[in-house]
Ligand binder design. Structure first.
Ligand code: PLP
Length: 403
């Protein structure tokens, strides 16, 4: 986008939507296509024995093998870096591949990390199954702890990074990004945020001092529930270290076709997110006023404990709403009473997705047994879709009437 000019011919900083539509793609491909070509190729060939070596060893612009780089994938990475306001981006076959690449790049056996206790379950499982094998200890803080007081005592000479999500999956807890950035700078540890729920449209953590942003592109970035992928945005040095180390050696690269789907998804991210935010606010307002709904977790509600911070650091409150019903039985009845909204894992799609964690992940456990293992049996997560808000609310109203 460096060449973008306004009508008068002067360079200016383009807005988010303009970068989302044109960034990373324009002027790069032969014949001027409006849609980036899908370079559906595993490898690239050269005109001479010497040329390949120049690309591989001397950094000449070019591609060798799609696991390490591909023009369609590179276009997606460039658009992501522009949208997050970062130097560089490297993409992956899933959000978990992106997260694990960051952790494995930064950690060696015996190192420690600090993490928010409120993060995606898959990240917790990565800590439990992979980091534990590396003898890497995870020390946790709660999102609503007094962070300035609680975090410093968790840091020691082995601590390498601090990891958090805001808004978090699934309780939508909010953490002060600037505060974490300040603490990580002061204690010389790397700060890593999972920005999947907010997307770069609603929240740009690098500009608030965070070192590294990770995404599950599977969610809002793709936006249509048809592709799995992930991305890391950070400094040029860190991204190229990941590309030549964890990406190259573990091999979890993004496919050119999925990169193309994400490029397409990003072009409408701002428009979709505006609608997701608007609908989530309406749905949260309806649910908060319903007598059969207990807690409503939505950072846009004034009663949400993170509302003030969310208002300061986000440009919208997002498309996710979580609720608590009376018990697991009520949750199952609610899910089974829905007709328009569908039940399933994942989020950020065009259609509304509703998930009752206990029945999906602990189908045999009673409410009491769920509580014993730390799973809330009453929690339901709603990813509001792009249907009309009145239809989503009508569907929920009917389902709640069955309780
Ligand atoms: N981060 C968050 C916040 C998520 O919600 C998810 C998946 O739900 C992931 C990471 C993992 O992403 P993926 O499923 O693309 O591996």
């Amino acid at each position: 986008m460096s060449g973008m000019k306004n009508r008068a011919g002067k360079r200016k900083s383009p807005g988010f939507g303009t970068v989302a539509v044109h960034g990373g793609e324009e002027g790069k491909f032969a014949f001027g296509p409006v849609s980036t070509p899908i370079y559906q190729t595993s490898t690239f060939t050269f005109d001479s024995a010497e040329e390949g070596g120049e690309v591989e060893k001397r950094g000449k612009d070019g591609f060798i093998y799609t696991r390490i780089g591909n023009p369609t994938v590179r276009a997606f990475e460039e658009k992501m870096a522009l949208l997050e306001g970062g130097d560089s981006c490297v993409s992956f076959s899933s959000g978990m591949a992106a997260l694990s690449a960051v952790f494995l790049e930064l950690l060696k056996p015996g190192d420690e990390i600090i993490s928010s206790s409120r993060i995606y379950g898959g990240s917790k499982l990565f800590f439990a199954h992979i980091l534990q094998k590396l003898d890497c200890k995870v020390r946790r803080f709660g999102p609503y702890d007094d962070l300035k007081r609680v975090i410093p005592p968790l840091i020691n000479e082995r601590t390498k990074l601090i990891f958090f999500e805001t808004p978090s999956n699934p309780e939508l807890s909010i953490i002060d990004i600037g505060l974490i950035a300040g603490l990580s700078r002061k204690h010389r540890i790397v700060s890593v945020i999972d920005n999947t729920f907010a997307t770069p449209y609603l929240q740009r953590p690098l500009g608030m001092g965070i070192d590294c942003v990770v995404h599950s592109a599977t969610k809002y970035i793709g936006g249509h529930g048809d592709a799995i992928g992930g991305a890391v945005v950070s400094t040029k040095n860190f991204v190229s270290a990941i590309r030549s180390n964890t990406l190259q050696h573990l091999g979890g690269c993004l496919s050119p076709f999925n990169a193309w789907l994400f490029l397409r998804g990003l072009k409408t991210l701002h428009v979709r997110m505006d609608r997701h935010c608007e609908t989530a606010a309406s749905v949260a307002g309806f649910l908060a006023g319903h007598p059969k709904v207990g807690t409503v977790f939505f950072p846009g509600l004034r009663t949400h404990p993170g509302h003030r911070i969310a208002k300061r650091q986000m440009s919208g409150f997002g498309g996710m709403v979580s609720i608590g019903l009376e018990n697991g039985r009520a949750c199952r009845k609610f899910i089974n009473g829905l007709r328009l909204c569908r039940t399933g894992v994942s989020l950020g799609d065009a259609g509304t997705l509703v998930l009752h964690f206990a029945s999906m992940f602990h189908p045999k456990l009673s409410d009491a047994a769920c509580r014993k293992i730390g799973a809330d049996p009453t929690l339901i997560r709603i990813s509001t879709g792009l249907e009309d808000a009145a239809d989503i609310i009508g569907d929920m109203k009917n389902a709640l009437a069955t309780l």
